[in-house]
Design a protein around this ligand. Structure first.
Ligand code: 6PG
Length: 247
């Protein structure tokens, strides 16, 4: 018998998707305040998919928007689909509409994955180099250390665009890489596991009973999301009661 309490890291269960989004938004602001106080910058990788949309909207709305020091934010993306940035399935478009167009993050501090490019390998390699150039390394490793990473959880246990059985799961020397999904859009760019594990804080956002099997897969260690284990960082799970009840 599994339970949410068997997930790795700290688990917070909220009554509704709205309450979950609010709790996660407050977690982001706390991470941002800590990072800005420590280094003057807040480097965050945003999650794609649909679950984070409400979190982003809450960050862009009062009272949270006034609490954030947007000029200190450096925005990255956990993954992107191989579509133009204005495509309805673009993770960048979702974040731009829900958050980035509403707040004063400097455009030069928004690092979009150019997954619309024909040469996805080159686009991923450039994103990897940019991460190394704009993020401090973690300790003695040369892996870029983000202050916060937001992640979703797919029903098959994928996260970002790290899908079951895909070679990208074994990449250890690049911080972003080409990836392949098992649903359209199939071609992707994703952050790799070393970058996720080097982050100071990682939070999964999981809502709905449909994620129960994936959560059990995390507990069993049998899905890609189970491999996200921050080396020197915090791992949080924000679940709504429907997801928690389905574990
Ligand atoms: C993507 C996302 C992906 C997403 C999960 C959960 O580009 O598809 O990065 O990893 O987070 O599939 O998606 P939902 O939040 O829509 O359930």
């Amino acid at each position: 018998m599994s339970s949410p309490g068997k997930l790795p890291g700290m688990v917070t269960v909220l009554d509704s998707p709205e309450a979950m989004a609010g709790a996660a938004a407050d977690w982001v602001l706390e991470a941002a305040a800590d990072a800005a106080a420590a280094s003057g910058r807040f480097r965050i990788a945003l999650a794609g998919g649909s679950t984070p949309r409400r979190l982003y909207q809450l960050l862009a709305a009062s009272p949270r928007r006034e609490r954030a020091q947007w000029s200190r934010w450096e925005v990255y993306f956990g993954d992107e689909r191989a579509v133009p940035p204005e495509d309805p399935s673009s993770n960048y478009r979702m974040a731009r509409e829900a958050l980035l167009d509403q707040v004063a993050v400097p455009p030069a501090a928004i690092h979009r994955m150019e997954a619309e490019r024909v040469d996805l390998e080159a686009a991923a390699a450039e994103y990897s180099s940019m991460l190394a150039a704009t993020c401090p390394p973690i300790g003695t490793e040369d892996v870029p250390r983000l202050d916060a990473v937001l992640l979703g959880l797919g029903e098959n246990g994928h996260t970002a665009s790290l899908f079951p059985g895909e070679p990208v799961l074994e990449v250890t020397d690049r911080w972003a890489a080409r990836a392949r999904a098992d649903y359209a859009p199939f071609d992707r760019i994703t952050l790799t596991l070393p970058v996720l594990d080097a982050a100071a804080r990682v939070a999964f956002l999981v809502a709905g009973a449909g994620k129960g099997e994936a959560l059990r897969g995390v507990i069993a260690g049998s899905v890609p999301a189970a491999r996200v284990r921050p080396i020197q960082g915090e791992l949080r799970w924000f679940l709504d009661s429907a997801a928690a009840g389905a574990v």
